[in-house]
Design a protein around this ligand. Structure first.
Ligand code: 0L1
Ligand code: MG
Length: 261
């Protein structure tokens, strides 16, 4: 791909997001797109959002479960960025009309107390640098028709990021075995999926370590104060207007939100 096409493609995806309109995957037009090209498009998309006045609250990891990686035939997860306007208050409402075909997944977020710079960062180093962990519900909303995409498409589309709800309890990771934390995800009181922290790369701290090491390839680091989504513990469940969504995290707390028109 040529450099000029990165920005044009980012604008195309942003327009789809702003107009809540699903589009065909961009690799149809750029079949030779590499993962590096895809992150260049994502960089342009992030840059446009920053220029619009939005602020990054932290990066997120996606495709962190073995099942999703096998489905996409990839060896490595992907990352994207969460912006301030995406944060919905705990027990607040997510608007269906602001989305195309949203899904929700339960995750654990890390808040760093110290910067972390790869390469070579381990899960133990992540836990030492983490001030708090907090339960979260991530709302993903791929801009692609029927969530049909390749790895390159989803990277360029900021890893389907759309909204996030954080729980109100901040806990020190020292008190917890995050790999053993059991999670249920319910809609209207019915459990739709469940899992344990270990489904995120064996331990959610490993996801943050991998992210630090991936960012190091482009000379970037994780910074103190960032809130990092580590990846879905449960599968992603489709949302509908009127849903009450709630996730319970054993020993960490509960997070919930409503879906309004
Ligand atoms: O947060 C995530 O794991 C989303 C990654 C993108 C895959 C999807 O949209 O299903
Ligand atoms: Mg996610």
């Amino acid at each position: 791909m040529e450099a000029v096409q990165y920005k044009e493609t980012a604008e195309f995806l942003l327009q789809a997001e702003n107009e809540r309109r699903e589009v065909l995957k961009i690799t149809n037009d750029f079949p030779d797109m590499t993962v590096e090209d895809a992150y260049k498009i994502q960089e342009q998309l992030v840059d446009i959002k920053l220029k619009q006045g939005h602020r990054i609250i932290g990066p997120k990891m996606g495709l962190t479960s073995r099942a999703k990686m096998e489905q996409m035939k990839v060896e490595e997860p992907i990352y994207g960025y969460i912006f301030d306007y995406m944060v919905i208050p705990e027990n607040g409402s997510v608007s269906m009309s602001e989305h195309i075909h949203p899904k929700v997944e339960a995750e654990i977020a890390f808040i760093l107390g110290k910067d972390l710079e790869g390469p070579g960062i381990s899960g133990v180093q992540v836990l030492q640098a983490t001030q708090y962990v907090v339960p979260a519900l991530e709302i993903i909303d791929s801009r692609y028709k029927n969530f049909q995409f390749t790895l390159q498409d989803v990277i360029a589309d900021n890893a389907s990021s759309s909204r996030v709800v954080f729980g109100s309890r901040l806990l020190s990771p020292e008190q917890l075995d995050l790999d053993l934390v059991g999670v249920t995800l319910s809609i209207n009181g019915e459990i739709k999926d469940l899992g344990a922290g270990a489904s995120v790369l064996g331990h959610p701290a490993n996801s943050v370590a991998m992210l630090a090491n991936m960012l190091a390839r482009k000379g970037e680091k994780l910074q103190a104060g960032e809130i990092i989504l580590t990846g879905g513990i449960t599968g992603a469940v489709m949302l509908s207007t009127g849903d009450f969504v709630s996730a319970k995290f054993d020993g960490i707390g509960e997070v919930s939100f409503f879906v309004k028109e």
